[in-house]
Design a protein. Structure first.
Length: 461
């Protein structure tokens, strides 16, 4: 029993599972924190500019949902902050002076975002229309800058820079080099575009369901069009950015790229595998496109692609099938969402109206779930693909993990907590939506607080 406890204590799998589940939950809410304000403010801008009551009503209601998601996101984000120190003491004790800088900036931007969410929410009908609209701009800016900061920390783990290490301790830190490491531009752009796609397609999917149910009024058409347009603009940019990032990874993290593409041996004319399971050196149930991987890397079929045989077995990523299939899912869904956006754009160009057939609305209704799946798959590729390193080529995960044997217990508690938070995050907006369908806009205008229970006013004698 003592030996089993010791093995469990030094095994990084429970800690990685807890960190992965925490991040996997929080990152969905983080997407709304980054992008939802822009969706809300777009609707409000239409409402103010055109005197559109439906757009203003959408903006006001969306702002209430935004407040709920920011509140839940604050809880899950705080948990992540503690987990960095509790689960990875080896990382923070050695590199905390470097990696702590972008995390500190992210905290500042989150504070600003939370403050102005309150100002924006309470400012409805209390500020002049354009003053209220501008009060939401810090939320948009803080969301983007906060995303840049926290992704810069993850980027640093992939491309460590900006520090001097002497006798196992950091003696100097260059904050600018830490923040703007080689991976930051690529990961940041990829994540921000993903946030706008997730937020836009999730919100649009809700109204696509309403349109499928026959709610074809301007409120529902605008509720679909605004977020879908924003996500649709991000989709082709994301496809292009993904192509650029893949080549960057092939150069800077070739072993991760080899796992993504099933390149077991360094070779030229490397095939591109679609699907498939890697077992005992062979790919089963996959389709190979001859030399296409080499073409994607170097625009030439004879480009050399480095395989994972270039490093010892102990330095190769585990679960290459998971990494590869996650990569395929991310890319496949990315092209699906791009095609969906292009379909609507084509229809709008020639007809100047929304495409409201079931052939379009059904995939549009599931586009939000698809975008979430693609984003989660992308993070699997990023994090599992970097294994066994927690800081690439500098520190192993096994050197950073906590020696505590209680991680499986905290993992169970976290999973239960996230189950509750998931119900809250989905259930509360659903309850709010049902109430909105019962109420008239005039009843909402009469509310004396941004959102509260129904009440009957009584005058004191």
């Amino acid at each position: 029993m003592g030996a089993a406890v010791h093995i469990l204590a030094v095994n990084p799998v429970p800690a990685r599972s807890q960190m992965g589940s925490s991040l996997g939950f929080h990152i969905i809410l983080a997407c709304f924190g980054v992008a939802f304000a822009a969706v809300v403010m777009t609707a409000e801008w239409i409402g103010i500019k055109r005197g559109d009551a439906a757009a203003l009503l959408l903006a006001r209601r969306w702002s209430k949902v935004m407040a709920v998601l920011v509140a839940v996101g604050a809880v899950s984000g705080t948990v992540l902050s503690y987990e960095m120190g509790l689960l990875w003491p080896g990382l923070m004790s050695r590199f905390g002076a470097a990696i702590g800088f972008p995390f500190s900036l992210e905290g500042i931007f989150f504070f600003l975002e939370a403050i102005f969410v309150g100002v924006y929410l309470y400012g409805w009908q209390r500020l002049p229309p354009w003053a209220h609209w501008w009060s939401g701009m810090p939320i948009v800016v803080s969301g983007i800058l906060g995303a840049m900061s926290v992704v810069a920390a993850n980027s640093w783990m992939n491309s460590p820079a900006g520090y001097t290490l002497s006798h196992g301790k950091i003696t100097s830190v260059d904050p600018v080099s830490v923040f703007f490491n080689a991976s930051t531009p690529y990961e940041t752009a990829h994540m921000i575009l993903a946030a706008y796609m997730v937020t836009g397609f999730v919100v649009a999917g809700v109204y696509a369901v309403g349109l499928l149910r026959g709610r074809r009024d301007r409120y529902h058409r605008l509720g679909f069009a605004v977020p879908f347009t924003i996500a649709g603009i991000a989709a082709p940019l994301q496809v292009m950015m993904g192509d650029i990032i893949a080549r960057f990874i092939a150069t800077n993290q070739p072993v991760k790229f080899a796992a993504m593409e099933y390149v077991s041996q360094t070779t030229r004319d490397a095939p591109e595998w679609l699907g498939g399971i890697f077992i005992n050196g062979k790919v089963y149930f996959g389709a190979a496109i001859p030399a296409f991987d080499s073409i994607l890397v170097g625009f030439n079929p004879h480009t050399q692609v480095i395989g994972w045989d270039s490093v010892p077995a102990a330095q190769r990523p585990p679960l290459v099938t998971l990494i590869h299939l996650s990569f395929d899912v991310m890319v496949g869904i990315g092209f699906f969402l791009f095609a969906l956006a292009a379909w609507q754009a084509w229809w709008w160009w020639f007809h100047r109206r929304l495409l409201l057939t079931a052939w379009f609305l059904v995939p549009a209704a599931v586009s939000g779930v698809a975008a979430v799946v693609a984003m989660e798959a992308g993070w699997v590729v990023t994090e599992v693909g970097r294994q066994p390193w927690i800081v690439y080529k500098v520190m192993l995960v096994s050197q950073a993990v906590t020696p505590s044997g209680g991680v499986p217990v905290t993992l169970g508690v976290m999973l239960a907590l996230y189950a509750v938070l998931t119900v809250i995050s989905i259930g509360t907006p659903m309850i709010m939506s049902r109430r909105w369908r019962r109420e008239t806009p005039a009843a909402e205008d009469a509310e004396q607080v941004p959102y509260g229970p129904l009440h009957t006013r009584t005058d004191a004698p």
